[in-house]
Design a protein around this ligand. Structure first.
Ligand code: SAH
Length: 244
């Protein structure tokens, strides 16, 4: 293994500003993951981002911003809903090896790709569930079992609240990656009131010192204060019929 060069040297520097000090082994794992992603993308459509610099910043560094928005013990159970090619879930498993990540992905080809990346990198604590979140969270092994629930590019903030909160224990945090968030806050507040939400904190990437690397993005951190009523999440048809 060699010290990181190229795009992952930039990730190393920027991650340090997030308080995340990545070892050469972790940066090497990111680089191998990125290369495997580009290779797999030739046969399965996993990502629109294929330039190495963009993969480093928009997939890996973007995932790592979660480190700066809550106090991590390093031993959390984390569920990532709609993982796609494994972001942010599997990337966070690399950065925080003591956490246990469950990636939930409805599309079989994508779930199998995440499994291959997990195996390639020997991320033994990471699990992959090829399921819809609405179904998986009805099982007792998953309902209200997680300390942290994440979603990037899964849908509106209110939709994310409905899919993430049932996974969280009381006191847990949902973290949602967003571009502009203002227009979605009102409906999200309604969803939060119904599903047990507490405080909401919006953290722009600029306030993390990453205005240049990740412009115009925010993380929305939502604490769970009360247990989620059993009626949530509704079925996909109900959610479509009655958006928040
Ligand atoms: N989080 C990834 C992928 C975003 S695309 C990233 O940011 O790169 C959204 C993904 O969520 C798709 O792969 C889609 O199959 C999955 N998805 C959408 N709704 C879902 C649901 N209800 N349960 C599980 N996966 C879902």
């Amino acid at each position: 293994m060699t010290a990181p060069a190229g795009p992952f040297a930039a990730v190393e520097r920027a991650a340090a500003t997030l308080g995340l000090h990545l070892t050469d082994a972790q940066l090497d794992a990111c680089a191998r993951y990125g290369a495997a992603l580009v290779e797999a993308n030739a046969s399965v459509n996993l990502t629109a981002i294929t330039d190495p610099d963009d993969i480093a910043l928009k997939h890996f560094l973007d995932s790592f911003t979660a480190h700066a928005v809550r106090a991590w013990s390093g031993r959390e159970k984390l569920v990532d809903v709609g993982s796609g090619a494994g972001f942010p879930g599997l990337a966070l498993q690399i950065a925080l090896p003591g956490i246990a990540v469950t990636c939930v992905e409805a599309t079989g080809k994508k779930a199998r790709a995440i499994e291959r990346f997990r195996d390639l990198l020997h991320l033994q604590r990471a699990e992959v569930e090829n399921a819809r979140a609405e179904d998986l969270v009805r099982t007792s092994a998953h309902r209200e079992r997680y300390d942290v629930a994440t979603a990037r590019a899964l849908g509106s903030l209110a939709h994310c609240v409905e899919l993430l909160f049932p996974f969280l224990r009381v006191g847990g945090d949902a973290i949602v990656w967003k571009g502009r968030v203002d227009a979605e806050l009102h409906s999200a507040e309604r969803a939060l009131a119904a599903l047990g939400g507490g405080s909401v904190t919006i953290v722009p990437t600029a306030s993390l010192g990453l205005a240049e690397e990740l412009p115009g993005r925010s993380l929305v951190v939502m604490r769970k204060d009360r247990s989620t009523p059993d009626v949530y999440p509704r079925t996909p048809a109900e959610m479509k019929r009655r958006p928040w």
